[in-house]
Write a protein that binds this ligand. Structure first.
Ligand SMILES: *[C@@H]1O[C@H](CO)[C@@H](O)[C@H](O)[C@H]1NC(C)=O
Ligand SMILES: *[C@@H]1O[C@H](CO)[C@@H](O)[C@H](O)[C@H]1NC(C)=O
Ligand SMILES: *[C@@H]1O[C@H](CO)[C@@H](O)[C@H](O)[C@H]1NC(C)=O
Ligand SMILES: *[C@@H]1O[C@H](CO)[C@@H](O)[C@H](O)[C@H]1NC(C)=O
Length: 437
């Protein structure tokens, strides 16, 4: 009797120890899955129209128009096309065409004049397998994860869907319009309802990466708890920058060459300043407190001093929209009502924590003091729900999974991390979950 029971336990254990993707029978996948990628994760297409053609431009940008007909050009991939980013002159065209403009009369953001954009492949994951489909091995994003989900039984257009978006835009606090971001949330809501309807009215699992998690949380806040209970089974947020990231202050101050050694990082600074989503991702006082993040000869800046910092680096136009639109939205990090959440993140990778500027001012690259995080986002930000949500009564359920040595995008690519993600999706589909917080 005893032995049989032990044997049985052993068999069960063996069963559980096997690599999780393989033990999932397809019938067990009850809940459709919708993936929301992070900032820069999905492709974005653009078309230049007449207004762009006639607009007075700086001399060196003259040739960004070459190949354009007067009646407007063709759609092309604005993000991401490595071949454009590699050469300084075309990089400059890219930097200009990506920019957003804040219109104080509309109190909203628009594209640069003459630039039309669209997000291809809404509804599917195709737009974010690779960032640049012409450079597969340089730009893999979710291809591995999607392949493993497919092996697990998640089929594109049946029970697997994707929600790419124009990641340059963001959202704003109550009373402020955000046309593009709000339209995305509406499309995402429709996609959730459609996916559920197509799957026996079962609720949906939202699986997000990075900024996608911030949008998903807003989706849940901006719909009723009754809607969430009906349509959302679980929210799995990978590497979400809940409290922003210090690195954002670095690129605001000193630009970003995106890893290309022949590109002057300052070339992208105007573009970085202009993106609404970048402003959303600046470090948040809730998470970073009053500790100086940027240390310079004349002044130090903490996350509470972002308006002062924006003035100091020369982005004074950023201040008003930051104060009026972003600050009210990030004041508190509310849990979603009626939705169980799993927060998954890597840690143990050195991540910029303090930026020390010397005589060269903000236009020179700073000395970086590192702390813990996933290489891109600081650990305190990645784990903000653990510190801020615990004990709140709206919180339905929170589980936090920390993966050592896993980077911000490694969570989508490393075998060990993918296995953990699949395990979580599997648990949501089959077991009663237990909360760790
Ligand atoms: C990856 O890209 C590099 C550079 O373009 C190329 O030399 C290499 O063969 C590619 N590798 C694979 C596996 O495609
Ligand atoms: C949802 O389904 C309706 C009806 O089939 C369709 O018109 C709409 O485009 C779908 N929307 C999304 C976002 O999938
Ligand atoms: C900025 O912070 C550094 C390190 O904490 C400190 O030594 C320095 O005096 C501060 N500078 C100013 C201008 O407050
Ligand atoms: C992280 O990786 C480093 C280098 O590969 C290794 O030495 C270290 O043991 C790893 N740490 C963990 C917690 O896995």
């Amino acid at each position: 009797m005893r032995t049989t029971l032990l044997m049985r336990l052993f068999v069960v254990l063996l069963f559980l120890l096997q690599s999780p993707p393989r033990l999932i029978s397809k019938e067990l996948l009850q809940y459709p899955l919708i993936i929301v990628p992070g900032q820069g994760g999905n492709q974005l297409e653009a078309k230049l129209n007449k207004e762009y053609y006639y607009k007075p431009l700086k001399q060196q940008l003259e040739y960004c128009r070459s190949g354009m007909r007067e009646d407007g050009g063709k759609w092309f991939r604005l993000w991401m096309d490595c071949s454009i980013l590699e050469i300084p002159p075309t990089f400059q065209c890219f930097a200009e065409q990506m920019q957003l403009h804040y219109d104080p009369h509309l109190d909203d953001y628009t594209n640069a004049p003459g630039v039309e954009t669209r997000v291809p492949f809404f509804g599917s994951t195709h737009g974010f397998h690779y960032k640049d489909p012409d450079r597969l091995n340089q730009s893999i994003y979710m291809a591995n994860l999607v392949k493993h989900l497919d092996q697990m039984g998640y089929k594109e257009g049946i029970n697997l869907f994707g929600a790419p978006y124009d990641f340059r835009y963001g959202l704003a606090g109550d009373g402020h319009p955000s046309k593009v971001g709000s339209q995305f949330l509406q499309s995402l809501r429709d996609l959730v309802e459609n996916a559920s309807k197509a799957n026996n009215n079962n609720p949906v699992i939202l699986l997000t990466h990075s900024l996608g998690g911030l949008f998903a949380l807003q989706l849940l806040h901006r719909n009723s708890p009754a809607w969430s209970r009906k349509f959302i089974k679980h929210f799995i947020a990978l590497s979400a920058p809940w409290g922003g990231t210090v690195l954002e202050m670095l690129i605001f101050a000193s630009g970003n060459s995106m890893g290309y050694s022949n590109i002057n990082p300052l070339m992208l600074r105007q573009e970085i300043w202009s993106l609404e989503s970048n402003r959303w991702l600046l470090p948040n006082p809730r998470t970073f407190g009053d500790k100086p993040i940027v240390v310079s000869k004349d002044a130090n800046f903490s996350a509470s001093d972002i308006p002062k910092f924006l003035n100091a680096i020369g982005c004074s136009d950023c201040v008003h929209p930051y104060e009026s639109r972003i600050m009210p939205m990030i004041e508190r990090l509310k849990p979603p009502a009626g939705v169980p959440v799993t927060v998954m993140t890597g840690y143990g990778i050195k991540t910029a924590e303090t930026l020390v500027y010397g005589d060269g001012g903000f236009e020179a690259q700073p000395e970086i003091v590192y702390g813990d995080g996933d290489g891109l986002v600081n650990l305190a930000s990645l784990l903000a729900p653990e510190t801020e949500w615990y004990g709140l009564k709206q919180l339905e359920f929170l589980k936090v999974i920390k993966l050592p040595n896993v980077s911000h995008e490694g969570i989508l690519k490393d075998d060990v991390a993918i296995t953990e993600v699949l395990k979580e999706v599997h648990q949501v589909n089959s077991f009663v979950m237990t909360s760790s917080a």
